[in-house]
Design a protein around this ligand. Structure first.
Ligand code: FES
Length: 149
């Protein structure tokens, strides 16, 4: 089980990018985003709106191969992830999109566990932690950009 970061960090910074290897050994980028259930609207779920919840989604739009976080953090508004290419909005809690080009799709998720002290662990059987940041941040020979935060 790999320690990623803390829920506090995700909420403070708005998002947190890291890279995994999937079960085929392929690298994938994953974003951690705050999930803030609004208590106002139709709160039929039993969730108590704990404001430290975090969800993990593959860093790629379902419409085209567009990253959400291109190195500047995930663009978000009102608890929704904004696709930088065509502007579809994805719910940060469910990953679901009901609008625009990506309508009626759901982002593929990655299993994480948030401990009671806020520490976030990667707990997906199909994914192993590669490194923090995006794929290119590894500094391989093909890497053209080195983004340091
Ligand atoms: S690439 Fe995301 S909505 Fe088109």
């Amino acid at each position: 089980m790999e320690r990623l970061t803390t829920a506090e960090t995700v909420h403070e910074e708005g998002s947190w990018l890291f890279t995994i290897r999937d079960r085929h050994g392929e690298k994938e980028e994953v974003i951690l985003v705050p999930c803030e259930d609004s208590a106002e609207e139709n709160s039929s779920s039993g969730q108590s709106g704990a404001d430290d919840s975090v969800e993990a989604w593959i860093n790629r739009c379902t419409h085209e191969a567009q990253r959400f976080d291109t190195g500047q953090g995930v663009p978000m508004r009102d608890g929704q992830i904004i696709c930088p290419r065509h502007g579809s909005l994805f719910d940060s809690c469910s990953g679901y999109c009901d609008n625009g080009e990506a309508a009626d799709t759901t982002l593929p998720g990655v299993d994480i566990t948030v401990h009671s002290d806020g520490t976030i662990f990667l707990t997906d059987d199909d994914a192993t932690f590669a490194h923090e940041g995006g794929i290119d941040d590894d500094g391989g020979p093909d890497s053209t950009s080195h983004i340091s935060l």
